[in-house]
Design a protein around this ligand. Structure first.
Ligand code: NDP
Ligand code: 2IT
Length: 449
C-alpha cells in the first residue's frame, strides 16, 4: 500500500530521516499514518494544528545506565529506557520490557502504538513504554532483584502515579514488578499506584494477571459473533506461553474452543486433545522451564523445535501472543491455505504489514493488537482507579468491566472503519478511533510557542 496523501508521505519521510535505523518504529508509524488518509481529507483543523507532525515525536525519551552486581560479584551493565510518548489524555502508561533485543526502535514502536491503544480503552491514560536489554532468563532471583532495584533507582526520578505509571510486558511479571515497587517505595517514601500489575497483597487488582489474554478472547468472540460465529467448537493456535498466551488459552477453552498448540522462542507443542492452561502456567510461570517440558509431562503432546513452525498447524483461529513480526507473509499464506477464519493479535505488532495484507485480502477476520490486546492496559487503568480510591473490587466486577471495555473497543473500531470508508477493516478503524480522541485533546491544549 502506498501513501495517498503527500502530506502524510512527507511526515513519514521526516520520521525515517530523524530516526534512522529504527525499522520497528517506522513500521508502526507507517501503518497509522496510512490509516489516517481519510482523516486528513476530512479534518483540515487537525492538519493545520500539526497534530500529526507532533504525535510521531515522543514528548520525552529517557535513556540510562543500569549497573548491578551478579552472583559472582561481577559488575554488569545494561541500558534502561523510558519513552514518554504522549500525555494528551492522561499520565504516560505502558509496560516495561526486559529482553536482550530491547532497543530504542522497539520501545518507540511500542510506545507509539500504546498512545492509540490506551485511547481506545476509553480511559484517561497517555502512551509510554520502557524497559532494558536485560535478560531475566537464567538469572537467579537475587540477580533479578538487584537489577530491578538499580533500574528503579533511576526510573523513580521520572515516574509517579499522576505522571507515568509503568507495568509489565515481556520479561516483566509479578516478581519484577514487586522488586521495582519495593525500591520505589524505599526511595520516595510513598505508597501510591505508581506501577500496575502489582501483587494482590500490596495494591494489585484482581483479574489484571488474566486481563490481556481474557480481553483478547472477549474481543475475538465479539468479532466472531458479528459474523454469526464463535469460539465454540473451533481449533485455536496460540503462539507464546507467557502471561498473555496462558490466559488466552484458558479463556478460549472456557468459551468452548480447543487450543491445540502453544510455543516459546525455542519451539512449539501440539496436543489435539487441548492444551491445559494450568499445566502451562505451572511449567512456564511457576517453574520457569521451557515449553518442551510440556510434552514431557503430557503424553498426548508433541514438541517440535523451531517456533515459527507453529503457523503450519491447521486451525480455525490464530492468536499470536509472543512478539513483534512473528507472522510473516509466508506464515500468513499458510494459515490462509489451511482455512483460518480469524486472527487476533495478543502480542504487539506480531503480524508484518505483508501478513496483514494477506489476511485482509482473503477475508480473514483480523483484530489488530492495539484493539485486541488492550484489555491488559485497560485493567491497569482500573487498578489505578482502585488505588486512588483505596479500595479493591471483586474479580467479577473487574472482569465484567473488562468485557464491556473490549466490546466497546470492537464497536468503536468497527464504527470508525465504516465512518471513514473502510468498512470491515479494523486496522484502519482502530487507528482512526484511537487517534481522534488524542488529536482533540492535543488541539485543546494548544501549542507552546
Ligand atoms: P511474557 O514474557 O510473559 O511471555 C512472552 C512469550 O513470548 C514467551 O513465551 C516467550 O518465549 C515468547 N517470546 C518472547 N520473545 C520472543 C521472540 N523473540 N521470539 C519468539 N518468542 C518470543 O510476555 P507477555 O505474555 O506479557 O507478552 C507477550 C506479548 O504480548 C508481547 O508482544 C507484549 O508486548 C504483548 N502484550 C502484553 C501485555 C501484558 O499485559 N503482559 C498487554 C498487551 C500486549 P521465551 O520464554 O522462549 O522467551
Ligand atoms: O502492551 C501493553 O499494553 C502492556 N504491556 C500493558 C501495559 C500496562 O500498562 O498495563
Amino acid at each position: 500500500m502506498s501513501f495517498n496523501s503527500q502530506y502524510l508521505a512527507d511526515v513519514f519521510d521526516k520520521v525515517c530521516t530523524r530516526n534512522p535505523n529504527e525499522p520497528e518504529f517506522h513500521q508502526a508509524v507507517e501503518e497509522v499514518l496510512k490509516s489516517l488518509t481519510p482523516v486528513v481529507e476530512k479534518r483540515l483543523d487537525i492538519v493545520k494544528s500539526g497534530v500529526i507532525d507532533r504525535i510521531v515525536e515522543p514528548e520525552r525519551q529517557i535513556l540510562f545506565r543500569v549497573s548491578w552486581v551478579d552472583d559472582k560479584g561481577e559488575v554488569q551493565v545494561n541500558r534502561g529506557f523510558r519513552i514518554q510518548f504522549n500525555s494528551a489524555i492522561g499520565p504516560y502508561k505502558g509496560g516495561l520490557r526486559l529482553h536482550p533485543s530491547v532497543n530504542a526502535s522497539i520501545l518507540k514502536f511500542l510506545g507509539f502504538e500504546q498512545i492509540f491503544k490506551n485511547s481506545l480503552t476509553g480511559l484517561p491514560i497517555g502512551g509510554g513504554k520502557g524497559g532494558a536489554d536485560f535478560d531475566p532468563k537464567g538469572k537467579s532471583d537475587l540477580e533479578v532483584m538487584r537489577f530491578c532495584q538499580s533500574f528503579m533507582t533511576e526510573l523513580a526520578k521520572h515516574i509517579g502515579a499522576d505522571t507515568d505509571v509503568p507495568a509489565g510486558d515481556i520479561g516483566t511479571g509479578a516478581r519484577e514488578i514487586g522488586y521495582m515497587y519495593g525500591q520505589y517505595k524505599r526511595l520516595r517514601n510513598e505508597y501510591t499506584g505508581v506501577l500496575t500489575g502489582k501483587g494482590l497483597s500490596y495494591g494489585g487488582s484482581l483479574a489484571r494477571t488474566e486481563a490481556t489474554g481474557y480481553g483478547l478472547c472477549y474481543f475475538s468472540e465479539k468479532m466472531l459473533n458479528d459474523k454469526n460465529s464463535s469460539f465454540k467448537g473451533k481449533t485455536v493456535v496460540v503462539s507464546g506461553s507467557g502471561n498473555v498466551a496462558i490466559h488466552a488459552t484458558a479463556k478460549a477453552t472456557d468459551l468452548g474452543a480447543t487450543v491445540i498448540a502453544v510455543s516459546d522462542s525455542s519451539g512449539y507443542v501440539v496436543d489435539m486433545n487441548g492444551i491445559d492452561a494450568k499445566i502451562l502456567n505451572q511449567i512456564k510461570t511457576i517453574e520457569r522451564l521451557r515449553i518442551s517440558e510440556y510434552a514431557k509431562r503430557v503424553s498426548s503432546a508433541k514438541y517440535t523445535e523451531d517456533c515459527k513452525g507453529i503457523w503450519q498447524q491447521k486451525c480455525d483461529i490464530a492468536l499470536p501472543c509472543a512478539t513483534q513480526n512473528e507472522i510473516d507473509q509466508e506464515s500468513a499464506e499458510i494459515l490462509v491455505r489451511n482455512g483460518v477464519l480469524a486472527v487476533a493479535e495478543g502480542a504487539n505488532m506480531p503480524s508484518t504489514p505483508e501478513a496483514i495484507a494477506v489476511f485482509l485480502k482473503n477475508g480473514v477476520l483480523f483484530g489488530p493488537g492495539k484493539a485486541a490486546n488492550a484489555g491488559g492496559v485497560a485493567t491497569s487503568a482500573l487498578e489505578m482507579s482502585q488505588n486512588s480510591a483505596r479500595l479493591s473490587w471483586t474479580f467479577e466486577e473487574v472482569d465484567t468491566k473488562l468485557k464491556n471495555i473490549m466490546v466497546n473497543i470492537y464497536q468503536s473500531a468497527a464504527k470508525a472503519a465504516q465512518d471513514y470508508g473502510a468498512e470491515g477493516n479494523l486496522v484502519v478503524g482502530a487507528n482512526i478511533a484511537g487517534f481522534l480522541k488524542v488529536a482533540e485533546a492535543m488541539m485543546a491544549h494548544g501549542i507552546s510557542y
